[in-house]
Design a protein around this ligand. Structure first.
Ligand code: FAD
Ligand code: DLZ
Ligand code: SF4
Length: 518
C-alpha cells in the first residue's frame, strides 16, 4: 500500500514538499472541500470560490498526469465538513501505510493535526513548507543572532543570502531602500492601466453557482469574478503586472484614488498564498525587468522588499510567536467593530471607498488596509480579535500567518511593537495628502473641531491622549506628544469630547453578528 498525501487549499503547488516523492502507482492524493474552512470565519464569497476553483483545477491537472486523486466535493452527501473527519473517511477507503502533509499556514490547523495520528492510527509525516525563502529554523537563528528583530535588517540579510538585487556584497544602486521615492500622489492626468481579469470556465462556473447557493449570506459580491484559478492564468497575471504595472509600482505604491481599485499593484497575493505562483519566481521576474531596463530600481526594489522582506518577516514572526502572539492586547483596545465595516454605510468617504473595493473584489491594496480601515480601527480602539476576524474574512489573500501579524502587529500595535516600532496612527492630513477621497467627503480634513471636522483628526489626538502610558516613552512618538502637550487643556478636552460622541454614535450601530449583506 502507498501513502495518502493530503493537499490543502493553500498548498496548490506542483512542487509542494508533500508531493515531492509521489509514487503515482501506489499513492493517493487527497483533497477535500469542507464547509468548516469556509465558515470558521465567514469568508468573502470570492475568496471561497477562488480557493475551491483553484483546488478543482489543481486536482484535474494532477489526474491528467496519471496521479490518483481522491477529491471530496462540498456537495458530497457523506461529507463530514472537517479536515479530520474527511481524513478518517479517506483512510477507511484507501487503507494507506501512512499520511504525508505539508505544514499548514495556520496555527489553528496545525493544532488539528496533533490529533490525526491517534484519530487514524497512522503515522502523519508533516513536512516543511519550503515555498518560502526563509525557513522557520533559519528565521529563529537570525532573530537570535541579531537581537534586533526589525524587518529592515531581516530584509537586508535576505538580500545578501539570496543575492537578489545585489552587486557583490553591496545593494544594487548603492542603497537598500528607495522608500523616499515611493510616496508620490497620483497625478491628475495619469490613468492606471486596465487590469487583466480571467473569464470563469465551466469548472469555475460550477463553483460560483455552488458558492452563491451555499454562502449567499457571506460578505461581498460573488460576481464579476475575475481571479485566475490555474497556474497558466496566474502566470499570465504575473506577465501583465511586470509589463504594464511594475514600472510605476514604486512611484505610486502609497497612493490612493477614488474608484481606482488596483492602481499599479500586483494583485498577486492570492496566487502567492494559495500556491499558484512562487515567491522566488515573482521576485526573479521583477529583478529581470530591472536588469533588462524595463523597470526602474525604485520599482523593482519596492516590490521585492514587500515579498522578500515583509512577507517572509511576518511569516517568521507568526511561527516564532504563536500562540501567545494572538492573545496580547498592548493598548487594551476593547471597542466592538462598528457594523459599517460590513455594510460600508458610513459618511467617511475614505472608509466607504475602501470597504466598497473590498466588497467588490475581496481586495484592497496595502495603504487602504493600513492607513484607512486599519488606521480607523487603531484610533477607535477596536478589540483586536474583532478586527482580525474582519481582515481574515474579507480578503482573498488572507490566511492567518500573514493576516494576523499585519493586523495585530502592524495596524493595532497589540503586540507592543514586536513587528513595527511605532503605531501607524495618522490624522486626516495623511489621507488627504495620499488620496483624492477627501474631495467630496462630507467632512473637512483640515477642520479639527466642529460638525465638519474629519473624524480621523479628533480620533488621532484622542488616541494619543488615551495611550500616553503605553506610547509616550517611545522616541518615535516624541514629536506627536510634544504637539499634543503644546495644545491648551480645553482644546484637548474638546477633542476628546468630539471623539467620545462620535464613537458612541457608531456604537449605536454595533451588532455582534455581521448583518447579512449580499
Ligand atoms: P502589491 O502591492 O503588489 O505587493 C506585492 C506583494 O508583496 C503582495 O502580493 C504580497 O505578497 C507582498 N506583500 C506586500 N505587503 C505585505 C505585507 N505587509 N505582508 C505580507 N506580504 C506583503 N497580505 C496578504 O497576503 N494576506 C493578508 O491577509 C494580508 N492582510 C493585511 C492586513 C493589513 C491590515 C495590512 C496593512 C496588510 C495586509 N497584507 C496582507 C499585506 C498587503 O496589504 C497585501 O499583501 C497586498 O495588498 C496584496 O495586494 P498585491 O498583490 O496587489 O500587493
Ligand atoms: C480558505 C479555504 C476554504 C474556504 N475552503 C477550503 C477547503 O474546502 N478545503 C481546503 O483544503 N482548504 C480550504 N481553504 C483553505 C484552508 O483554510 C487553508 O488550507 C488552511 O487555512 C491552511 O492552514
Ligand atoms: Fe476620510 Fe476625513 Fe478625508 Fe473624509 S475628510 S475622506 S473622513 S480623511
Amino acid at each position: 500500500t502507498g501513502r495518502l498525501r493530503l493537499v490543502l487549499g493553500d498548498h496548490l503547488s506542483r512542487d509542494l514538499s508533500a508531493l515531492s516523492d509521489l509514487d503515482p502507482g501506489r499513492d493517493v492524493v487527497l483533497m477535500v472541500e469542507v464547509a468548516d474552512e469556509a465558515r470558521h470565519v465567514r469568508h468573502h464569497k470570492q475568496k471561497i470560490a477562488l480557493i475551491l476553483a483553484a483546488m478543482r483545477h489543481f486536482a484535474q491537472d494532477l489526474a491528467a498526469e496519471g496521479v490518483t486523486v481522491d477529491y471530496v466535493r462540498l456537495d458530497d452527501p457523506d461529507n463530514t465538513h472537517s479536515f479530520g473527519g474527511e481524513l478518517r473517511r479517506a483512510v477507511a477507503r484507501h487503507g494507506p501505510a501512512s499520511i504525508v502533509v505539508t505544514e499548514p499556514g495556520e496555527w489553528r490547523v496545525r493544532q488539528m493535526m496533533r490529533d490525526w495520528p491517534s484519530d487514524t492510527g497512522l503515522e502523519v509525516e508533516i513536512r516543511e513548507d519550503d515555498r518560502f525563502f526563509c525557513s522557520r529554523a533559519e528565521f529563529q537563528d537570525l532573530i537570535a543572532a541579531r537581537k534586533t528583530g526589525r524587518m529592515e535588517f531581516f530584509y537586508r540579510e535576505m538580500r545578501r543570502r539570496t543575492g537578489i538585487l545585489m552587486q557583490g556584497d553591496a545593494p544594487e544602486g548603492g542603497t537598500w531602500n528607495f522608500d523616499s521615492q515611493n510616496r508620490k500622489r497620483l497625478p491628475r492626468g495619469l490613468t492606471p492601466p486596465p487590469r487583466r481579469r480571467f473569464t470563469p470556465d465551466a469548472t469555475t462556473r460550477e463553483v460560483l453557482d455552488m458558492v452563491g447557493a451555499r454562502f449567499g449570506d457571506h460578505f461581498g459580491d460573488l460576481e464579476p469574478f475575475g481571479w485566475a484559478v490555474t497556474r497558466p492564468d496566474a502566470l499570465a497575471a504575473l506577465d501583465h503586472f511586470i509589463a504594464d504595472c511594475l514600472p510605476l509600482f514604486g512611484d505610486y505604491q502609497d497612493a490612493m484614488k477614488a474608484d481606482a481599485d488596483f492602481l499599479f499593484h500586483g494583485l498577486l497575493s492570492p496566487y502567492l498564498n494559495c500556491g499558484l505562483l512562487t515567491a522566488r519566481e515573482v521576485c526573479a521576474r521583477a529583478e529581470t525587468a530591472f536588469r533588462d531596463g524595463a523597470a526602474p530600481l525604485n520599482a523593482a526594489e519596492g516590490f521585492i522588499r514587500q515579498i522578500l522582506g515583509w512577507r517572509e518577516f511576518v511569516r517568521g514572526i507568526y511561527w516564532a510567536e504563536m500562540p501567545d502572539y494572538a492573545r496580547s492586547n498592548h493598548l487594551n483596545a476593547t471597542r466592538d467593530l462598528p457594523t459599517f465595516y460590513w455594510t460600508g454605510d458610513t459618511t467617511m468617504r475614505c472608509m466607504a471607498q475602501c470597504i466598497a473595493t473590498t466588497r467588490r473584489h475581496a481586495y484592497a491594496h496595502h495603504i487602504q488596509r493600513l492607513m484607512v480601515t486599519g488606521n480607523f480601527a487603531l484610533l477607535a480602539g477596536i478589540a483586536p480579535p474583532q478586527i482580525e476576524e474582519w481582515y481574515l474574512a474579507v480578503y482573498a489573500d488572507a490566511f492567518d500567518w500573514v493576516e494576523l501579524p499585519n493586523v495585530h502587529g502592524m495596524v493595532m500595535h497589540a503586540d507592543g511593537g514586536r513587528l513595527g516600532s511605532k503605531p501607524y496612527a495618522a490624522s486626516g492630513a495623511y489621507i488627504n495628502r495620499m488620496s483624492d477621497y477627501c474631495t467630496g467627503c462630507r467632512f473637512d480634513p483640515k477642520a479639527k473641531l466642529g460638525p465638519d471636522a474629519c473624524p480621523f483628526n479628533y480620533l488621532y489626538w484622542t488616541f494619543l491622549i488615551e495611550n500616553r502610558g503605553a506610547l509616550s516613552d517611545n522616541p518615535r512618538m516624541a514629536l506627536p506628544y510634544r504637539n499634543l502637550d503644546a495644545m491648551p487643556e480645553d482644546r484637548r478636552r474638546a477633542i476628546a469630547d468630539h471623539a467620545a460622541r462620535f464613537l458612541d454614535a457608531q456604537a449605536a450601530w454595533v451588532d455582534s453578528d455581521p448583518p447579512p449583506r449580499q
